[in-house]
Design a protein around this ligand. Structure first.
Ligand SMILES: Cc1cc2nc3c(=O)[nH]c(=O)nc-3n(C[C@H](O)[C@H](O)[C@H](O)COP(=O)(O)OP(=O)(O)OC[C@H]3O[C@@H](n4cnc5c(N)ncnc54)[C@H](O)[C@@H]3O)c2cc1C
Length: 390
């Protein structure tokens, strides 16, 4: 008689949760994914994600996607725009290219929502091809906690219930993976079972998104194959290309400065002095609208250790290590977590505790290093790259 497949719950259908779900299913696990959001492909759901609409995917992330499935990665990465270097904009609007490598190395701009949705499409495709071993996507299920005393159990707010506090539904699995982002409930639950070292630190910096519209006939008004940076030491502006000829631009600055820019006159003066060519691209009315009405995002840094409890639960992605975005590696690192965890589960087949233990032991130093690089890279992006010596 054949053994029934091991069951796993993935909490979080973000980028990392979706990729690990695909990776586990391809290795023969029976996977259920929970997310409190509705399926973003459902037109009636409305867009709920306010975070950066495009990101840089690098070799680290692409390797992990390829490890999960070469064909899947090709499809999901369709339409990425390679960025072969930085384009530095000075205060006079002069541009200077700084290439990343001598052999055409690049990082790549990709639409965050499209990438997430194409991972959902890949899950649907997997389900069509695999009769019994389907990945179940449970949208609109908010996980309250996970119970790890006995059989690992996911406790959710009952989407059909009338009371969000008391009406819960419970689901049992062989193990649980927390990929539920920086404010992870799975991590909070895990802390009750293990002596987890944990720190969370906000940096005095916020971000605000702006938008550079496409030029005539969908053309790019600046070079799409560069990461555009307006480095101004205490604050900076960046822009990454989108496939439709537009750019997503992000302003980073200290909270005090950003919040002091309230009046249209002040905002106009600040922008025309510091980013004159960006004003031409975005339009001053739009800049004022963004500063006065768009949400400002906080930036934080989360580290913890260890990442697992016995063979019952482990956390990956931002749930385990949320980093500031200046190195463009948060998602890439989360994808790398997926590759490493899948490889260790394969290596220690039949002994998940060993796989989880080796993961915690070998992964922590690398994660600590990249979190530090992410913090340090603000100085490089905002200041150093503006000096000719650099
Ligand atoms: C401004 C900015 C720019 C960035 N740029 C880059 C970049 O260029 N490159 C890069 O690699 N990274 C970048 N990042 C980082 C990247 O966005 C994150 O590292 C990545 O999104 C983490 O993915 P995740 O799946 O671990 O978590 P998330 O994307 O946060 O997904 C978590 C999922 O869990 C769900 N969830 C949360 N709580 C619950 C619950 N209780 N019950 C059920 N579901 C739950 C959420 O709805 C969500 O779908 C950037 C971040 C910011 C803020």
């Amino acid at each position: 008689m054949s053994k029934s497949p091991e069951s796993v719950a993935v909490v979080g259908a973000g980028l990392v949760g979706s990729l690990i779900a695909l990776g586990l299913a391809r290795k023969g696990y029976k996977v259920t994914v929970f997310d409190y959001r509705p399926d973003s492909r459902d037109q009636s759901s409305g867009k709920t994600n306010l975070r950066s609409i495009n990101l840089a995917v690098s070799a680290r992330g692409i390797d992990a996607m390829r490890y999960v499935d070469e064909d899947m990665s090709k499809e999901a990465l369709k339409g990425i725009i390679p960025m072969y270097g930085r384009m530095i904009h000075d205060t006079k609007g002069k541009q200077e290219s700084q290439i990343y490598g001598l052999f055409g190395e690049s990082i790549n701009s990709i639409d965050r929502a499209k990438l997430n949705e194409s991972l959902y499409d890949q899950i649907d495709k997997f389900n069509k091809l695999n009769g019994d071993l389907k990945i179940e996507l449970k949208f609109k299920y908010k996980v309250k906690n996970v119970d790890l005393k006995g059989v690992p159990t996911v406790v959710c707010v009952d989407p059909q219930g009338s009371d969000k506090e008391t009406d819960v539904v419970k689901f049992e699995y062989d193990f649980i993976i927390g990929a539920d982002g920086a404010f992870s409930q799975v991590r909070s639950s895990l802390q009750r079972y293990i002596r987890m070292n944990y720190s969370q630190e906000y940096i005095d910096m916020c971000y605000l998104e702006l938008y550079i519209p496409p030029g005539p006939n969908g053309s790019f008004s600046i070079d799409p194959n560069h990461l555009h940076i307006w480095p101004r030491k205490d604050f900076m502006l960046i822009a990454l290309a989108n496939a439709d000829g537009s750019f997503t631009s992000t302003f980073f600055g200290p909270w005090k400065l950003t919040e002091s820019l309230k009046e249209p006159k002040q905002i106009t003066e600040f922008f025309t002095t510091n980013f004159p060519d960006a004003v031409d691209l975005i339009g001053i009315d739009k800049v004022v609208e963004c500063f006065t009405t768009y949400p400002k995002g906080a930036l934080m840094h989360v580290t913890c250790n260890q990442y697992h409890h016995q063979d019952k639960c482990i956390i990956i992605g931002d749930a385990a290590h949320s980093m500031v975005p200046f190195y463009g590696q948060g998602m890439n690192c989360g994808f790398e977590d997926v590759r490493i965890l899948l490889q260790l589960l394969e290596k220690h087949k039949g002994n998940r505790t060993d796989a989880f233990e080796e993961y915690t032991k070998t992964r922590h130093e690398d994660l600590k290093a990249i979190l530090k690089l992410a913090l340090d890279n603000y100085n490089e992006m905002s200041t150093k790259i503006g000096y000719s010596l650099f």
